[in-house]
Ligand binder design. Structure first.
Ligand code: NAD
Length: 497
């Protein structure tokens, strides 16, 4: 049996004040709580953010200013609803298609890597990225009423772009991020920042004209590691979306912010003896030569069963690729990699970035060879330990390794992929080989009997994104990736049956 507690008025008053303080309120004179102190402050008035020089149209010198402007824009978008998001998606798809040639040429001239025709094509296909239609709420109905799970925005997303596809990734990210109801601030690669700013300005002008919202998509004009840091630390940024190599992925994951990381890859290809080697070769050239091998999903090294190797090499030649001799390969390897001492004291090949994404004719020159101007791809026979096999070199020079068995080919493929869990390809009609390789590689994309690009909806079923969240596991990003799931529950009512 409990004993009643005796409290004097002073003690009671103290307890009440403590409780109110705990709720975030303040006890004023007479012990009355200030209700406004317990309720979050209303959002600031959502007016356009202009510099003394006039409208910024999303291009900012300072990352923190960009975040504040994007937050204003996010609040305006929220007011205007899903129709406004759909309008932004439409604007981006229309503009990127209409300006594909102009922007592709601009990016090609700024970055000086890849191939002009593919730079343009990568922009023309941005329209394959899904939009607001992707966000179906999840509904439950039962004896206890109905429940709805809705996919709602975060607010401002901070996004990092690679130099390999600056405007394509930017445009695809905008569609996914804004379709989900967010605003975005980009920290592009310094080598592609002018291209990013060109597109951001055009998108904002069109969005402002159609919806009256300024700065829904922002970019840092001269991005640096410091501006990345500012973005990662800014409290308005609720989520990061990183597309790049191991350094930036690591930096984002250390930032303390939730990060969706589309990280590096080194996709292997396995060819067994059940397929038409000419067809396999044509697919390999199509994928491996695309934009001079800049695609993260691109074929980077080929393992082929010994007794199929000659037929495959002939097939590659028939598809236009040119084989380098052992001595030519040696010369090119010396130019493409240098050997530096790493922290562990072992020698480790370091990629010469000046040769990344360059034309085969340029690489051939480095190799002391001369090839026709239009050659799509070079290839050479190597062993599995070769730097062209083990490094993500992003050059149109494909190493081909002979293997004794499918098991050995899979083992080598696993070794060369380094556990990035990115992409892999097989050319085989044997379902056991396919299953064995899929299980061993455990990659986000696994393409059977097609070029890598079939994995992103180009010749295979599926939708497109230029950010494949491999490291953090969200997969091929889409509007849903950039949402928070929230549940709304109606107890015991509104179920109509
Ligand atoms: P990168 O890693 O050099 O640069 C990517 C971005 O990160 C750039 O904006 C760069 O400025 C920034 N960055 C680099 N190091 C940083 C650090 N320590 N802190 C903060 N920011 C940093 O890569 P890249 O050459 O621009 O692009 C190629 C790489 O991106 C390849 O590894 C490729 O596989 C990968 N990639 C992946 C996907 C995917 O969807 N998974 C798509 C495209 C490219």
């Amino acid at each position: 049996m409990s004993t009643p507690i005796q409290l004097d008025e002073k003690a009671l008053r103290h307890v009440v004040e403590e409780v109110i303080r705990g709720l975030g309120g303040r006890a004023g004179s007479g012990g009355k709580p200030n209700p406004s102190a317990a309720v979050p402050a209303p959002p600031p008035a959502a007016g356009p953010r202009r510099s003394p020089k006039g409208p910024r149209f999303g291009v900012f010198e300072d990352a923190n200013e960009a975040c504040a402007a994007a937050q204003d824009a996010f609040l305006q978008l929220r007011e205007k609803g899903v129709a406004a998001r759909a309008k932004v998606v439409e604007i981006v798809k229309e503009l990127v298609t209409a300006r594909a040639v102009e922007w592709g040429r601009f990016e090609f001239e700024e970055t000086k890597i890849g191939r002009l025709d593919h730079k343009i094509e990568k922009l023309q296909i941005v329209k394959l990225v899904p939009g607001v239609e992707w966000l179906h709420p999840y509904g439950l109905s039962g004896d206890h009423g109905i429940t709805l799970e809705e996919y709602t925005p975060y607010g401002v997303v901070g996004a990092i772009l690679p130099v390999t596809h600056s405007v394509p990734t930017l445009s695809g990210n905008i569609i996914n991020i804004v379709a989900a109801g967010n605003a975005v601030v980009f920290n592009p690669h310094p080598g592609g920042a002018r291209s990013a700013a060109l597109a951001v300005r055009a998108y904002n002008e069109a969005i402002h004209a159609a919806l009256g919202i300024e700065n829904l998509v922002c970019t840092v004009e001269k991005p640096t590691l410091e501006s990345f840091d500012a973005l990662a630390k800014n409290e308005l940024v609720r989520l990061l979306c990183v597309t790049g190599g191991p350094g930036v992925v690591q930096a984002a994951m250390k930032s303390g912010k939730r990060a969706i990381c589309a990280g590096p890859g080194n996709p292997p290809v396995l060819v067994d003896d059940t397929v038409d080697p000419e067809k396999a070769a044509r697919d390999i050239v199509q994928g491996g030569a695309y934009d001079n091998n800049l695609l993260c999903i691109g074929e980077k090294q080929v393992f082929v069963l010994e007794h199929m190797a000659s037929a495959l090499l002939r097939g590659l030649e028939k598809a236009g690729a040119v084989q380098l001799t052992a001595s030519q390969l040696e010369k090119l390897t010396a130019a493409a990699f240098s050997t530096a001492k790493d922290a562990g004291g072992c020698s480790h090949p370091v990629l010469n970035r000046a040769l990344v994404g360059r034309d085969p004719v340029v690489l051939a020159r480095e190799a002391g060879a001369s090839v026709p101007e239009k050659t799509p791809l070079l290839f050479a026979e190597t062993d599995v330990e070769h730097p062209f096999v083990l490094e993500e070199q992003m050059m149109p020079m494909l190493p081909v390794v002979r293997v004794k068995t499918v098991e050995q080919g899979i083992e080598y493929a696993v070794r060369s992929e380094h556990g990035y869990k990115h992409s892999a390809m097989i050319h085989s009609l044997n379902v056991e080989h396919m299953t064995q390789m899929a299980r061993a590689l455990d990659t986000t994309l696994f393409v059977k009997n097609g070029p890598c690009v079939a994995g992103l909806g180009l010749g295979g079923e599926g939708y497109l994104s230029y950010s494949i969240a491999t490291t953090t596991g969200e997969g091929i990003t889409n509007p849903r990736t950039f949402t928070r799931t929230r549940r709304c529950v109606m107890v015991d009512n509104l179920r109509i049956y």
